[in-house]
Design a protein around this ligand. Structure first.
Ligand code: SF4
Length: 219
């Protein structure tokens, strides 16, 4: 059985200890996947405090909120980092290939070309990635391990906040006086693309009114 921990019970570790373990074993071949949500604010602080040269990447769908693009730029300034970017096709190229409003006609294909394919490129050459996934976000995330082997992408996947609640996240942000994406204050608990995200608790604002609940990055 594959193990990153050398016999340590990873599930008993705190979020900081998981970050320490992953950076110690995998840096610089590990990167944080950041989508500029509140969990990202927490992990950026934890990771960059521990290792200022830690790698961070984001997936640019070209359909993020203006607030998210501004918060992205502010984050780079605050930490003095350059976030690695992996993008889907331009809107024009997508329209030429798949027609207009793909997000409405076929959101699975839209996420596949704008998120899932760029993620595969982002993970190429890495030995591990770090995510802000939490178990209480949805039933599909309930079994998320703090560190596990990602069979689909063939590398380690760490979710240091797996056992955190929403309140734990906000308490850390208050304690560390961290900046957060202003969309959270406007009722968006979970953030995605402009076309598919509405204000709402938990993940209820994502693809609201459709059966879709995940973009395919974590399932
Ligand atoms: S979240 Fe919506 S707009 Fe963004 S990639 Fe997925 S379907 Fe397309």
């Amino acid at each position: 059985m594959r193990t990153l921990s050398g016999g340590i019970d990873v599930e008993a570790l705190t979020a900081h200890e998981v970050v320490d373990l992953v950076l110690e074993r995998l840096h610089p071949r590990v990167a944080l996947a950041c989508s500029f949500q509140k969990e990202g604010s927490v992990l950026l602080d934890m990771i960059l405090t521990r290792e200022p040269r830690a790698r961070v990447f984001t997936l640019d769908t070209h359909l993020l909120f203006p607030e998210t693009y501004r918060f992205w730029a502010e984050t780079e300034r605050r930490y003095g980092i350059e976030i690695e970017v992996h993008s889907g096709p331009s809107l024009g190229r997508q329209a030429a290939t798949h027609g207009d409003a793909l997000w409405r006609r076929d959101p699975e294909l839209c996420c596949s070309i704008r998120k899932v394919a760029p993620l595969a490129r982002a993970l190429g050459g890495l030995d591990g990635w770090i995510t802000g996934v939490r178990r209480d976000q949805s039933a599909t995330r309930a079994g998320t391990p703090k560190v596990g082997w990602d069979d689909r992408h063939e590398l380690w996947k760490a979710s240091p906040l797996a056992d955190w609640s929403d309140e734990d996240v906000w308490a850390y942000i208050r304690e560390r006086d961290l900046p957060v994406n202003p969309l959270h204050e406007r009722g968006y608990a979970s953030l995605g693309c402009t076309h598919c995200t509405r204000p709402g608790e938990g993940r209820e604002g994502r693809w609201a009114g459709t059966a879709k609940t995940e973009c395919g990055l974590h399932v």
